[in-house]
Design a protein around this ligand. Structure first.
Ligand code: KG4
Ligand code: ZN
Length: 345
């Protein structure tokens, strides 16, 4: 069975083919146009998707070495995301499915991240076999969930303000780094001291209030932004420039330490011995390293998708459609699907 996945929720135009549950092509075209603006410009994102979608889908089908008529299912992100961007991919998928007389499967982008530990390719890493705690950290979302094998999940924590990826991108912008700043901070931090400056860890036992945050699985990163802004305004630019790697490492530590702390605490509270980390920020090397160390200490199994499947990609969309079909969770014959902007868990 060949499933074509299409993903256009933000600034990546992506198409992939999953054959009998295994990824055989995954084309990702990242829109560089937004760099000049320091963030994603929604209207430009839609126009870029419109410009690229035909060639990206053709490339995915060609690389899979099949014809469009060999496709059995067309799957596409229906949301959440930038609504105009989502519409380009979803409408394209609707048109293609209708023309080829193939069923359409709409996919929730965040659910595709949550279940990205199930993506199969040549590397053959096994997926979780039992319930697991999922940390989904992207540019738009930061969520902790308890996930069951029947594809149901319960959100136990989420950000009350900025997402973890936003915290990377916005603090990076303050430090004069290119968009998206997450990977740049990751790179810079490799030569920096994470203990150079202690930026705040909100809603944890390390935050300054006396309240107990023991069972609080929500996140907050807006205070970190203010703290970085204050730090920059009280140090001259030559000092900031000289210590850029140390500051990047300290910011990264503030974000990743909270993510690790809360995810491990959730696994312990709910007695679950498996954790999966997904979404763009899961590409972060410090997060991967410290989460693995913490899991090893606690005897917890850690599942992380390959780096290429961390940031937005269509392989996770096609894989999610495959999981939904395998587990009887979708009726794949309805072309009448509305795009949506916000998360509906
Ligand atoms: O999942 P994703 O590709 O798009 C959304 O659904 O938002 O995530 C993008 C986010 C951006 O904020 C980007 O800065 C962050 O993921 N990111 C990283 C790294 N690679 C991407 N953050 C920290 N370290 C990285 N290596
Ligand atoms: Zn995403």
């Amino acid at each position: 069975m060949n499933i074509l996945g299409i993903e256009t929720s933000c600034d990546e135009t992506s198409a992939a083919v999953v054959q009998n549950g295994r990824v055989i092509s995954n084309i990702i075209s990242s829109q560089l146009i937004h760099r000049d603006f320091g963030g994603v410009v929604p209207e430009l994102a839609s126009r870029e998707h419109e410009r690229l979608i035909v060639s990206v889908v053709d490339a995915a089908v060609n690389e899979a070495n099949i014809q469009k008529n060999d496709l059995d299912i067309i799957a596409a992100t229906a949301g959440p995301g930038l609504i105009g961007a989502v519409m380009v991919g979803l409408c394209f998928a609707q048109g293609m499915a209708y023309a080829l007389k193939k069923p359409l499967v709409p996919v929730n982008h965040i659910e595709a991240h949550i279940f990205s530990a199930f993506i199969r390719d040549d590397s053959d890493t096994p997926p979780p076999e039992n319930d697991f705690i999922s940390l989904t950290v992207s540019g738009g979302h930061t969520m902790l969930c308890i996930v069951n094998q029947d594809l149901s999940y319960k959100v136990i924590g989420r950000t009350i303000d900025d997402a973890a990826g936003e915290a990377f991108d916005k603090t990076g912008k303050m430090l004069g780094l290119d968009y998206p700043a997450g990977p740049v901070i990751d790179r810079l931090a490799k030569n920096g001291n994470p203990k150079f400056h202690h930026f705040p860890r909100a809603l944890t036992a390390q935050s300054r209030t006396s309240k107990s945050y023991r069972d609080n699985f929500d996140f907050s990163f807006s205070g970190l932004k203010t703290s970085v802004l204050q730090y920059i305004s009280t140090h001259d630019s030559a000092y900031i420039e000289r210590h850029l790697s140390d500051i990047a490492a300290s910011v990264q530590e503030a974000i990743t330490s909270v993510l690790v702390m809360k995810t491990i605490a959730a696994a312990e509270k709910y007695g679950i011995d498996a954790i999966s980390v997904a979404g763009g920020v899961s590409a972060n090397s410090r997060l991967r390293h410290t989460m693995q160390e913490a899991c090893d200490r606690k005897g917890i199994r850690l599942f992380t998708p390959g780096i290429v499947y961390s940031t937005d990609n269509a392989a996770m969309i096609a894989t999610m459609a495959n999981l939904k079909l395998e587990r009887g969770k979708t009726e794949p014959n309805n072309y009448d699907v509305a795009p949506f902007a916000s998360f509906r868990g």
